[in-house]
Each structure stands twice: as C-alpha cells, then as structure tokens.
Design a protein around this ligand. Structure first.
Ligand SMILES: [Zn+2]
Length: 311
C-alpha cells in the first residue's frame, strides 16, 4: 500500500549514474525535522541504487527511513525485486500459516463477536481464512497486490478489493473491526492511513495492529553479526520498511490518530523453514513472552488491539 507524504521533499534522478528516486521526510508521528542517523544502507535494484538512511526522531523516538524510496520507486521494488522482499514471504510462503492469528482472533471475538471485519493489506488471506473458522464476522479484504488479492479471495472465500484502503469502496462509519497486520511499517504516511481508518470504523470499532519490534530487529539484524552475514550494517529492509516501531512509538502514533489501547501482546511468529528452525522459533517466542510477563520488557513482534475514541 503506497501513500505519498506531503511533507516529503523529492531528490531527482541523477542521469549520469542511475539512482532510484528518493525523498527526505520529517517524523510522521510528531512532525519534527530533527533526527539522528543510526544506519546508512545502499540498496541496489539492477544497475540502479539508492542511499537510504535509518534515523531516530530526536523529539519522540520514532525510527524511520530518510532519505527513503519514493512511492514510485517502491513500486519498482515490488514489481522487479519481489523475490527478496519480506512482503513476498508474507503473501505466499506463509499463506497456510493462519493459525498464528488464533490468539488475536479469539481476543477480538470476545470484544466484538459479530459485524464487519476488514483486513487491510491482507496478503494471501491467512488472517481472513482463520477468521472464517473462528468467528461469525462478515469478512472483507483490502490488498493492493493483484496476485495476493486473488489468492486471498480464493483462500478465504470473501470479497477482497484490489486497492489501497483510501481507494476501497468502504463507507464512513461502517466497519466493526479493522486489522493491519504487517502494514504500518510499509506505508509512507501511516498516520494518514490510521486517521482514515478512524473515519471508516464505527464509534466503538476495534483496530488490531501488528508490527515488527525495532528492539528485536536491532539485536538480530544490525551490528557486526549482520555485517559478517551480508556486508551491511543493517538488514532492516529500508527499501520497503519505512518505519521501525517500539511499543512506545507505536502506541504514541495510535493515540495521535484517535485510538486508545485495549491490549498489547507479543505477536505469534511466522513459522517457516525446517522442523528444527520452527522449534527454535517457538522456544524463542516462549522465552520472549516470559520476559514480557515477568519483567515487562517487550522485545517480540508488537500486537496491539485498540478502540476508536473521539478526538
Ligand atoms: Zn517524532
């Protein structure tokens, strides 16, 4: 889902050495122009390249990419380089992995057992298919990738609009539950999309969000180990992940958009790979969940349920 950011300023392509179009931007959460550079990553797409910066807002602590690829450049990434994107794995490799949404959907069912549930950026339809088994909601999907949208409609047996949320035919004040699983980090303007979701939801509507946790990614994918594995200081996928959240920066953004926190938890992991890898992932999930419950330190994927409130 690609949404332009009005606050961004564009840098034109250099005709002498092919570069992907990039843009500078301010913090999407507080609007501050002041940030500190954490990493620089040079991204290559064929012969074209782009120097991308991962920065931290000095005011509110949100980590985001600036300069970043423009929406047009990101579209080229998805069209020409999907084999190396995280989105590709979410859309296809994990399409039968719906049970990872089991806990989330049962929580939603207790809070809102019926009504219209819309999965925004539904990928291959994993959550929708599991929602059909779990509850009695009227299900819809929104997915800009044509291939993923078709797969989701078939997999979950429901209407899936091949569009962004803004382009979908959803009406104001018409949705009971909205899910954005692995979506916000991809957007150029997550606050704008959350504010539009706020308009589409009914007065007591629920919004469920999952994002990767920057604190975990920083341990796993940055520093000397990442450098030895890939010759890069960061593996944060800045070509497609424009934002890197912690529980603090995510809940702040949700609050600014008009949502109050109902529940925050560790997101269930994507289980791919061989049996040993899957077992290790589940063991790590149990350990991280234990740390969260005992010490209150959240270093796993961030899963939030929020409720729309008046602003
Ligand atoms: Zn900020």
């Amino acid at each position: 889902m690609l949404v332009s950011n009005r606050a961004a300023t564009r840098r034109p392509l250099d005709s002498r050495s092919p570069q992907l179009d990039t843009e500078q931007c301010n913090c999407s959460s507080c609007g501050s122009e002041e940030s500190r550079r954490l990493f620089t990553e040079v991204y290559h797409l064929g012969k074209a390249r782009a120097e991308l910066g991962i920065v931290k807002c000095r005011q509110c602590g949100l980590v985001y990419v600036s300069p970043r690829l423009t929406p047009q450049s990101v579209e080229k990434v998805y069209q020409l380089d999907t084999a190396t994107t995280i989105s590709d794995e979410y859309c296809w490799s994990g399409c039968m992995d719906g049970h990872r949404f089991h806990h989330l959907l049962h929580k939603l069912k207790r809070l809102q057992p019926s009504g219209r549930l819309v999965d925004v950026g539904c990928g291959g339809g994993q959550l929708l298919a599991e929602a059909r088994r779990t509850g009695s909601w009227e299900l819809f999907g929104v997915e800009p990738s044509p291939m993923a949208a078709k797969l989701a409609a078939k997999h979950a047996n429901c209407t899936v609009w091949e569009s962004t949320l803004h382009e979908s035919p959803l009406e104001i004040d018409s949705v009971d539950i909205m899910a954005m699983i692995g979506v916000l980090e991809h957007l150029h303007d997550p606050l704008g999309t959350l504010r539009y979701a706020h308009r589409l939801l009914k007065s007591d509507g629920l919004l469920a969000v999952y994002v990767p946790n920057f604190n975990y990614l920083r341990l796993k994918d940055t520093g000397p180990v990442a450098w030895l594995r890939s010759r890069r200081w960061s593996n944060l996928h800045p070509q497609e992940h424009m934002f890197h959240f912690t529980t603090q920066s995510l809940t702040r953004l949700l609050r600014v958009a008009g949502f109050e926190l109902v529940d925050v938890d560790i997101g269930y992991p994507f289980l791919r790979g061989g049996r040993v890898k899957r077992c290790l992932k589940l063991a790590a999930y149990g350990a991280v969940r234990g740390i969260w419950k005992i010490a209150g330190v959240h270093c796993g994927g961030i899963e939030c349920i929020t409720r729309r409130c008046e602003i």
